[in-house]
Design a protein around this ligand. Structure first.
Ligand code: ASP
Length: 346
């Protein structure tokens, strides 16, 4: 029988209402099959790995991502697939980070959570959990996993994790993958979009535990404080600045800011240009308003989400021996995080 490891980190999904005190309390996932007997009908044996302190995902960070990645790496050979129960607020960051930290996957890692606690009457947790396990257990005729990547499953849809953003704080349909098709759907049948899935053939699993935090992210806006911009560029130990620019990568023209940009990039600072638009991507040089980026050799985030751009930068900076050239590494499509014709996973 296929074995699936359920990794429980916290978040709303793990809460249940104590109807005496009317408060939310963490749910004991060790006895999950007693509470959700439907799980016994799935053709997979479930093991539970629960973190000691269950957290709201607002408190998730690099160390937490490393903890999740380490459990998966250590137990990789023992399981057919992995389901990670995680708060929704930072789930897209976590799924993106894991997609860079664990490369060459031949097994699914499916993040899920819920908008309502598992013990609530109208909860979305049960469906999310049951279908995530179902997707993680899918296999081909040789009993090999069909999914080879880090995904998010939410409200009947399976997404590539590093393409997702949390779009709603109150709809069950909380996630979207604006620039990439869904990988699968749960209707009467579970369906996979085989053309969209990553297929790893020859690769070996590679685990990169190191991440670097020498990064800053700014979202620009009209009439933004020049002082704030300059101070950000002057931050000590700053190696990468990600700028969420307007539209196709445009920014206001300000000679003082441009001069500082030139100075800092000459000193080695990497500038990554993303967009505030949810759909579409960056096209540097399309408008005069983005030509400054050509002059400072800024890197385009293309159609990546901000979550993927940040975690990819953390990953590259954290592993200089694997990526001696930051720009070349950032431009490479590592885990299907941007649209590119030359996806070549080794
Ligand atoms: N604040 C919660 C979390 O991200 C929200 C959720 O789980 O949906 O942990």
């Amino acid at each position: 029988m296929k074995k699936i490891l359920l990794i429980y980190t916290g978040g709303t999904i793990g809460m249940t209402k104590d109807y005496e005190s009317m408060t939310l309390k963490p749910f004991d996932f060790q006895n999950i099959s007693e509470k959700i007997p439907e799980l016994n009908l799935i053709d997979a044996a479930l093991d539970i790995y629960s973190f000691d302190s269950l957290i709201d995902s607002s408190d998730m960070n690099m160390e937490g991502w490393r903890n999740i990645a380490e459990v998966i790496y250590d137990k990789y050979d023992d399981y057919h697939g992995f389901v990670v129960l995680h708060g929704t607020d930072t789930m897209s960051y976590a799924a993106s980070a894991l997609s860079f930290m664990l490369q060459g996957l031949k097994k699914p890692i499916i993040f899920t959570g819920s908008q309502l606690p598992i013990g609530e009457l109208r909860t979305d947790a049960k469906e999310n959990l049951i279908s995530s396990i179902h997707f993680a257990a899918l296999s081909n005729e040789e009993n090999q996993p069909l999914i080879h990547e880090v995904c998010i499953y939410f409200e009947y849809k399976l997404y590539r994790g590093n393409r997702t953003v949390k779009m709603s704080s109150n709809h069950f349909d909380a996630f979207k993958s604006p620039n990439f098709p869904t990988l699968g759907e749960s209707g009467v049948y579970l369906t996979l979009n085989k053309e969209a899935l990553l297929i790893q053939r020859k690769s070996q699993l590679r685990y990169y535990p190191n991440l670097s935090g020498e990064i800053a992210l700014i979202k620009i806006y009209p009439s933004m404080s020049l002082e704030f911009l300059i101070n950000t560029l002057n931050l000590k130990n700053l190696k990468v600045l990600i700028i969420e620019a307007f539209g196709a990568g445009n920014i206001f023209s300000n000679p003082t800011f441009n001069k500082k940009l030139k100075e800092k990039t000459k000193e080695g600072l990497h500038i990554i240009i993303g967009t505030q638009c949810v759909y579409g991507g960056v096209e540097i040089g399309k408008y005069e308003a983005s030509s400054i980026w050509l002059r400072v050799n800024a890197i385009s985030a293309k159609d990546m989400t901000t979550e993927a751009a940040i975690t990819k930068a953390m990953h590259i900076l954290g592993n200089p021996e694997s990526y001696p050239d930051f720009t070349a590494a950032f431009n490479k499509n590592m885990s299907g995080e941007h649209t590119s014709s030359e996806i070549n996973f080794s």
